[in-house]
Write a protein that binds this ligand. Structure first.
Ligand SMILES: [Cu+2]
Length: 317
């Protein structure tokens, strides 16, 4: 966290808020993903070396584990979570709530890192900030970097703000598995679906199709195991409202042309859902063309509402 305000420096004043000595190196994590918490200790206490660093693991960071550190003794405190979480390995109702590294000596002028790993609960909403309070003790004195801004309060007004990171949509962090298929003259790239909440009635599917031949082909439908039907829809603005309509004649891919089905445009519309695709899964399905016939494809599943299948551009394989 940068606390210094250039305007204040311009006036030749010393910023009055203490500059944070404890910061998290990684500023973002995604719901359900793992988080590598790297606490950086930037200074000691008024010239005195840091001798102990204690990290409070906030609610929602599950299964925290410290990384051992040469020259330091690590200890953990376990406790019950506020709720039971679903993790990669089952469920967790309790775990490490605090980690303390002690017995070392980090000179005032040096910087060092104290690292833990944890899983981020999938109940966090993108945009949320997660605070990780840190107690820094020195051979003399110490700091409690544990203040958390109240609603409406500016974090820069705090004297000793807790280190923090932000929750971001998984699509920005998790690369999707890209699959490319050739069917006759067609190249079918990056089929993907949007995850749907349980109980959803429809799911959107997207894909990029290039016709490298000399004859047009027509995409007429699609199928996945969790939907009764798969049709092609168009999307257009009508009087300021997005309207979807079935494209009953199918979507023509002319020779030399690339057609991209994507959010806000042409898309596959799966209806009569009997299941819900989950982020990170792959779904075996088919696309049906007038000439190329029924072509097996593997859809990757991006987060609910994602605009693209993954953070990286998908055309490299
Ligand atoms: Cu639709």
């Amino acid at each position: 966290m940068k606390i210094l305000i250039p305007a204040v420096l311009g006036l030749g004043l010393v910023a009055s808020a203490a500059q944070a000595h404890a910061v998290l190196e990684r500023k973002q994590a995604s719901p359900g993903a793992s988080y590598r918490g790297v606490v950086q200790i930037m200074h000691g206490c008024d010239g005195k070396p840091t001798t102990q660093v204690s990290v409070s693991i906030p609610e929602g960071l599950i299964g925290a584990k410290p990384m051992p550190k040469p020259g330091w003794t690590v200890a953990t405190t376990r406790g019950a979570y506020a709720k039971t979480y679903t993790t990669h390995h089952g469920t967790a109702a309790e775990g490490v709530k605090a980690i303390t590294w002690s017995g070392g000596s980090l000179p005032d002028d040096d910087v060092d890192e104290f690292t833990f790993l944890a899983q981020v609960a999938d109940t966090f909403e993108p945009g949320a900030t997660v605070y990780v309070p840190v107690q820094q003790d020195c051979s003399e004195g110490g700091y409690s970097w544990s203040e958390i801004p109240k609603p409406g309060q500016d974090v820069h007004d705090l004297k000793a703000a807790a280190p923090a990171f932000r929750i971001v949509q998984a699509a920005q962090a998790a690369p999707a598995k890209a699959t490319s298929v050739k069917a006759g003259d067609l190249t079918i790239e990056t089929p993907w679906l949007r995850a749907t909440p349980n109980g959803a009635k429809v799911a959107g599917g997207y894909v990029r199709i290039t016709n490298t031949g000399s004859t047009p082909d027509v995409l007429t439908g699609a199928a996945v195991p969790f939907a009764k039907t798969g049709d092609i829809h168009s999307m257009s603005m009508e009087g300021g409202v997005m309207k979807m309509a079935p494209v009953s004649e199918g979507l023509t891919i002319k020779p030399g042309e690339t057609v991209e089905l994507k959010p806000g445009g042409y898309h596959l519309m799966f209806e009569g859902l009997t299941g819900a695709p989950k982020v990170g899964e792959t779904v075996a399905g088919t696309l049906t063309f007038q000439r190329a016939g029924t072509v097996p494809v593997t859809f990757s599943v991006a987060p609910i509402g994602a605009a693209a299948p993954g953070g990286q551009h998908q055309h490299q394989h």
